[in-house]
Design a protein around this ligand. Structure first.
Ligand SMILES: Cc1cc2nc3c(=O)[nH]c(=O)nc-3n(C[C@H](O)[C@H](O)[C@H](O)COP(=O)(O)OP(=O)(O)OC[C@H]3O[C@@H](n4cnc5c(N)ncnc54)[C@H](O)[C@@H]3O)c2cc1C
Length: 442
């Protein structure tokens, strides 16, 4: 037994971490244990990849099996990191259709959370590029599922948070890209209305995301830097870049000290940081050519940044609000955060497109994500944010959740009861359980 948690280091549970190296061993662990849950690279914030008593570390299943250079179809084991796929295929002109804000996630984790990227409004979630998945069920049988075969299993597995079985292999489609560079346009938005207007008029942009200053109030409420991105064409690049369009300088990684003093993070330092970041971004507004790493994965350059929140860890709040109530809902959320003075360095706003999966998080509207150090006041604030979200018809992202109650989830998302019912009927419960599924009665 050891203390195990997600990326937020909260909550910590005593769990047994088992690391199978073969399908036969995995089969034995699943059939012998009262319950298990798969774990990829532990980048979900809370307790979704923590199984009490048993957690299955899946990183030894890390082979890429085949690639079709005509169609871009890659078959790989579930423990492969998206970062490894990018390193192997970007030099050949291919990139995953959908990537989240970190490349240190496994294929299995990306499917189980059905992750969304900055292009959800155009390309949908990870499932859009997923041809099939092979899943090991409670009796150790492996079933291939896709939109045509074992469709129900496929539908629940994408976004099912590991609760439909252990993903062994998958086939994903990569997209052809002209270079490893991104043509980025940064547009300052003086407040929330301006940010929403920029998103709405930029629907044709392939990638869009905004960093939002969640501590600004009054007329500046919701001031943001909206960033739009396109895969850069050769004509966008300098002479040197165009000569080797897939060779970009290695970003230097920096590491955060093991335990960062949590007093360094307070409302004054966060307010000062946010204001400085906004004005620095506003001064550099306009077009620039940037490497794919700094556009898609800016936080990855700061290794172990989750430790800046100190020993108690941190929690992320991420909700999505439907289009028609998004403006009012976001305003209410930002007002509550600003009034509480519980700001976050990392507040991100994205425009999502239509829902394309059975139990996945995204729906058409706006998603807001913020980090908070775990303490009594922030836990109270997040409950207030839960209520505001529910009052505006929104729902929550399970890959980020570490503290929601069963009733909150049920009130926000009628699909939760249906999912739990399906798990009971098909015998997936109790074989597959995480600390999160127990907390939320999934
Ligand atoms: C800095 C940062 C930025 C992020 N940005 C985004 C973003 O922009 N968009 C987004 O959607 N998400 C984002 N995330 C969340 C992240 O993409 C998801 O939590 C993802 O699931 C993590 O993958 P993992 O391999 O680390 O999985 P883990 O955290 O280990 O597990 C996550 C879930 O996947 C399940 N799982 C893992 N492997 C398997 C398997 N082989 N079979 C069955 N189930 C499995 C687990 O049981 C668990 O429920 C971000 C996270 C971080 C830390």
């Amino acid at each position: 037994m050891r203390g195990l948690s997600g990326w937020g280091n909260y909550p910590v549970a005593q769990a047994q971490l088992l690391a199978p190296r073969s399908e036969a061993e995995l089969q034995r662990l699943i059939t012998d244990s009262p319950s298990v849950i798969a774990r990829g690279n532990g980048r979900a914030y809370g307790d979704s990849a923590v199984g009490v008593p048993a957690t299955l570390h899946m990183r030894h299943f890390n082979k890429m099996i085949s690639f079709d250079a005509e169609t871009g179809l890659l078959v790989a084991e579930s423990g492969v990191l998206l970062g490894d796929i990018i390193s192997a295929f970007l030099p050949r002109g291919w990139f995953p259709l959908v990537v989240p804000g970190t490349k240190f996630v496994t294929l299995g984790g990306a499917i189980a959370a059905d992750v969304h990227g900055k292009n959800h409004h155009k390309d949908g979630s990870f499932r859009s590029g997923l041809d099939w998945v092979e899943v090991m069920g409670p009796d150790g049988t492996v079933r291939r599922c896709s939109a045509e075969e074992n469709t129900e299993l496929f539908n629940w597995t994408a976004g099912g948070m590991g609760l439909t079985g252990v993903i062994l292999r998958a086939a994903i489609r990569l997209r052809r890209v002209p270079s490893a560079w991104i043509r980025q346009d940064t547009i300052p938005a003086a407040n929330l209305d301006a940010a929403i207007e920029i998103f709405e008029r930029s629907a044709a942009a392939t990638y869009s995301v905004a960093w939002i200053d969640c501590l600004a109030g009054g007329d500046n409420l919701g001031r943001s830097l909206v960033m739009l991105g396109e895969h850069a064409l050769l004509q966008d690049l300098s002479y040197d870049q165009a000569a080797r369009p897939f060779a970009i300088p290695r970003a230097s990684n920096r590491t955060v000290p093991p335990v960062f003093p949590s007093f360094a993070l307070n409302r004054y330092s966060v307010r000062a940081f946010n204001a400085a970041y906004y004005w620095a971004g506003a001064r550099k507004a306009g077009r620039q050519i940037t490497g794919y790493d700094s556009f898609f994965f800016p936080l990855d350059a700061l290794l172990g940044w989750n430790r800046i929140y100190g020993r108690k860890g941190f929690a992320q709040f991420q909700c999505v609000l439907p289009l028609d109530s998004a403006r009012a809902g976001l305003r209410a959320l930002l007002e509550a955060i600003s009034a509480a003075g519980q700001g976050s360095f990392l507040a991100v706003l994205k425009r999502l497109g239509a829902q394309n999966s059975a139990f996945s998080f995204p729906m058409e509207g706006y998603t807001l994500a913020l980090d908070f150090p775990v303490n009594r006041r922030s836990l109270q604030l997040m409950q207030d944010l839960d209520r505001i979200t529910i009052a505006h018809g929104g729902r929550f992202y399970l890959a980020k959740d570490s503290r929601m109650s069963r009733d909150t989830l049920r009130a926000a998302d009628p699909r939760a009861a249906e999912y739990a019912g399906m798990r009971q009927m098909s015998g997936l419960h109790p074989s597959f359980q995480s600390a999160q599924s127990q907390r939320l009665s999934l």
